[in-house]
Write a protein that binds this ligand. Structure first.
Ligand SMILES: *Cc1c(COP(=O)(O)O)cnc(C)c1O
Length: 848
């Protein structure tokens, strides 16, 4: 590892290995260990590599003979060894099972533009990255054969500070690879491995780094290769920081470069999982490499590989997708198209809703939809929203049949729980609870935990949050003082004592998220007088901690940040309100472990899922949130509070929503928190904590999420993929010929007049269908009744009753009498046991 030139005393050598495995990130004992090595550096950086580099040799020597430290070290080492040796829930459940032979997945490659694992590896901007980080950690816990593929940004996302006008300022810090917990990937020859891609007739090389996330490896591509031209070395400089062209180049690097890396390493991958459409070019490179290896055409290779590709969309509006002008793609992808044996136009068609509209920009999400046989949204509501968004790709198919399912997000509980919460969950469910089948968790087990214990857990989390928030506040405040007085840094006056705001014993609200407009980060400020009154009520005091970054180009978001800074200038709120700069994982961890109520008020349906509210569940926090994303499916009055009426509204509704927010706080939440019995315990509040903890935590943990991905997507996709690629893609070739035949003759299909007769048990429907050159075994005839959602949709397959003359076939079926026969429409769709309709072929013929 580059930063480890210093020689550690022999008993401490193992620390290098511990530092290089991000497993320390979700392990309270490791947290203690690094803190006892060097409290200051650990608190500031949360980076073991920095701790090892910045701790004095004398301290290291002393610890090397300190029996207490060595015992602590040994415990961490033993726990990690045990963790790594355990094959994990996945292999216990799916591999080598006598009743389920060959069901396993061989390997999953998880592609993401960002990964938020820990602040020591800052390669994330927000929720998408945090989800990806939680995904890798859970895959490690469950023993899933998964690798992550991402980019190493030299500067990552920006760091935030607020200037004296309350305006956000951005700083891009250099991610010095020498102090990041990553290692260069070397080949067997000891040489640093690199991967090449072509851009505009130039070859660009990417160095490869590996981050070890427990049992899982995250591979990171880095364009800062000494042999690249200076311009190209900056491709992976910033996350979401460049213009359209740089973004395209980054996505080519991630997708094409990422898949090449998999091929170069010879990883046995059957599932390619795209976390958002950014990495969709990976599916094209997968096609190319399959063609070369099996001597198949582009389209045959698409049929083969598509079965093993999964696309998870996170976007709630079509405008949120990455789209590129055709010209740009022509410049960057022309070469690749040639290498794949197709024309660029063939590729461009995959990124358009209407293949014939050459003015349409190239849409990465459309590319992903067309090259993945599985697609899903990230909550139940978002699944439905995505069906609407992707409907244009399925012309003449009803919206509810658009093939986007959903897997609701979850969070990695061991990353977000407090040490006290961890102890309580261990008492109720044992140590292995997040590494095993959640079905085994009995919701009643939390009844064993007393009210006092829960209340004590909440109080400890709150106290730690108050302490931490004060420290961060002091840091940002001193910085401000320095600017005002022009004191040189390091002068003694930097230690000016400050009045410490916050109180560890009062109701604590948290609001932290990206300052994007749809999240309505200023809704609480709708009536500033009223908010000030709520915070400063002497009988029922309340405190609020706010944090969040606006995208550097988002002036509206920055204005909303400024609104908070202005509000903060009111002297009466100073003790009850803190804005903490530079929202990051460490702050998020302290917040979710210490708040009593977490507020989230996005404009429905823009919060595809939202995950921050899930992180408080394990710690006993309660949610006050819009019925959007995950909360729309989780909410019950016994768990928390709902904003809005579960419908979509325009911004004119904001004042009504703000009114509801204040009213819930004033009339319900605050009085309930302060309704204490003789022992000073709020019994009703604690009952709510217990319900929310027991019922929601397992449901919104990433274990449940991963188990769902495995069952719903990975296993069926792996089976389908393995069948298609056998014998050099024999089945894929057959299916490719099969659809070609259908496409050529589909227009010949004609549905004749239907007739209904009243049979005792239903309506007997009969119809003649002319199929032309297509034979009946390749299609299904269906009667469909939807009736605009008033009654459940009904879908009935008709049976072939006899073959007529001249390719005309007679079909019949029995329709339920519960609705008028006229509700039903007739249609013909392709049918093949190994093809998914309509995601793999959108052909459909309705009775006109
Ligand atoms: C969890 C998290 C997010 C995402 O939260 P949302 O609920 O999507 O707003 C963003 N940033 C950080 C640092 C987080 O921990």
């Amino acid at each position: 590892m580059p930063g480890f030139e210093r020689l550690l005393p022999a008993p401490l050598l193992i620390l290098e290995e511990l530092a290089a495995d991000l497993h320390w990130n979700w392990n309270h004992a490791s947290d203690q260990l690094w803190r006892s090595l060097n409290t200051e550096v650990w608190e500031q950086t949360r980076n073991p590599v920095s701790v090892l580099q910045l701790t004095s040799g004398a301290t290291l020597e002393q610890l090397a003979s300190d029996p207490v430290f060595l015992t602590q070290l040994q415990q961490v080492v033993d726990a990690r060894r045990y963790y790594l040796l355990d094959p994990g829930w996945y292999s216990r459940t799916y591999l080598n099972q006598p009743d389920k032979p060959n069901t396993g997945v061989r390997g999953i490659a998880y592609f993401s533009m960002e990964f938020g694992i820990c602040d020591a590896l800052p390669l994330y901007a927000g929720g998408l990255g945090i989800l990806a980080g939680d995904y890798l950690k859970t895959a490690s816990d469950l023993g899933l054969p998964l690798v992550g593929i991402g980019l190493l940004y030299q500067e990552g996302y920006f760091r935030q500070s607020m200037n004296r006008d309350g305006w956000q300022e951005e700083t891009y810090l250099y991610n010095d690879p020498g102090s990041l917990p990553i290692r260069p990937l070397r080949d067997s020859d000891g040489r640093w491995l690199d991967i090449e891609t072509g851009f505009l007739c130039r070859r660009v090389r990417f160095r490869i780094w590996v981050a070890q996330v427990g049992k899982v490896k995250l591979y990171l591509l880095d364009s800062n290769h000494p042999c690249n031209q200076p311009h190209d070395r900056g491709i992976t400089s910033k996350l979401y920081g460049g213009g359209t062209e740089l973004r395209l180049v980054q996505e080519i690097a991630l997708g094409i470069g990422g898949w090449r890396l998999i091929e170069t390493l010879g990883l046995d991958i059957d599932i390619c999982h795209l976390n958002e459409g950014h990495a969709a070019f990976a599916t094209l490179e997968r096609i190319r490499s399959f063609s070369v290896e099996n001597n198949t055409s582009f389209w045959e290779s698409l049929w083969a590989t598509r079965a093993g590709n999964l696309f998870t969309t996170h976007t709630p509006v079509a405008a949120g997708f990455d789209r590129y002008p055709t010209e740009l793609l022509r410049r960057y992808a022309g070469e690749s198209a040639l290498a794949m044996g197709v024309t660029l136009d063939d590729i461009l068609v995959l990124g358009r809703a209407d293949p014939k509209n050459t003015n349409e920009p190239f849409n990465m999400a459309y590319l992903a939809m067309r090259t993945c046989a599985h697609s899903n949204g990230v909550s139940e509501l978002h699944g439905r929203v995505s069906q609407r968004i992707f409907q244009p790709l399925f012309p003449r198919w009803p919206e509810r049949e658009v093939p986007v399912s959903h897997v609701t997000n979850g969070v990695h509980m061991p990353t977000w729980d407090s040490p006290e919460a961890d102890a309580i969950w261990t008492q109720a469910y044992g140590k292995e609870r997040w590494r095993d089948d959640l079905q085994k968790m009995n919701p009643n087990a939390l009844q064993q935990v007393t009210d006092q214990q829960l209340w004590h857990m909440a109080a400890s989390g709150r106290a730690r949050l108050v302490d931490y928030a004060r420290q961060r506040f002091a840091r940002q405040w001193r910085h401000e003082v320095l600017v005002e007085t022009n004191l040189p840094p390091g002068s003694p006056n930097c230690e000016i004592p400050i009045e410490l705001p916050l109180d560890p014993n009062i109701l604590t609200l948290g609001f932290a998220r990206r300052f994007a407009e749809y999240k309505r980060p200023d809704l609480l400020l709708h009536d500033p007088e009223r908010l000030a009154r709520i915070l400063c009520n002497p009988k029922y005091p309340v405190q609020l901690i706010v944090a969040g970054k606006a995208h550097p180009a988002d002036t509206i978001g920055k204005t909303k940040l400024q609104g908070w800074q202005r509000f903060l200038l009111r002297p009466e709120v100073a003790e009850h309100l803190l804005f903490i700069e530079d929202y990051d994982i460490s702050l998020a961890q302290h917040l979710v472990q210490g708040v009593d109520v977490w507020i989230n008020n996005p404009r429905r349906p823009w919060e595809a899922s939202g995950t921050s509210g899930m992180k408080i569940l394990v710690n006993g926090g309660l949610n006050l949130s819009t019925l959007d994303g995950w909360w729309a499916e989780a909410y019950k009055a016994e768990f928390g509070w709902a904003l809005g009426d579960g419908e979509e509204h325009d911004p004119a509704q904001d004042s009504a929503d703000a009114e509801q927010l204040y009213r819930l706080l004033e009339n319900d939440i605050i009085p309930r928190f302060y309704a204490r019995d003789a022992e000073d315990i709020p019994r009703e509040w604690i009952e709510q904590m217990r319900s929310s903890m027991a019922q929601l935590t397992p449901r919104f943990s990433s274990n449940r999420m991963l188990q769902e991905y495995i069952e719903k997507h990975y296993l069926p996709a792996a089976t389908a993929f393995q069948a298609r690629v056998e014998n050099h893609g024999q089945l894929a070739k057959t299916l490719n010929d099969w659809t070609r035949h259908l496409h050529r003759h589909w227009h010949e299909i004609h549905i004749g007049e239907r007739s209904f007769t009243d049979a005792e048990t239903g309506w007997r429907l009969e119809v003649n269908i002319y199929l032309g050159a297509i034979t009946p075994d390749n299609i299904t005839v269906e009667a469909i009744a939807d009736n605009e959602g008033k009654q459940p949709a009904e879908r009935i397959s008709l049976t072939l009753t006899r073959a007529g003359i001249a390719n005309t076939y007679h079909y019949s079926g029995l329709l339920p009498k519960a609705r008028p026969a006229g509700d039903f429409s007739l249609r013909v769709i392709p049918a093949h046991p190994q093809v998914q309709v309509p995601i793999e072929t959108t052909l459909i013929c309705w009775q006109t």
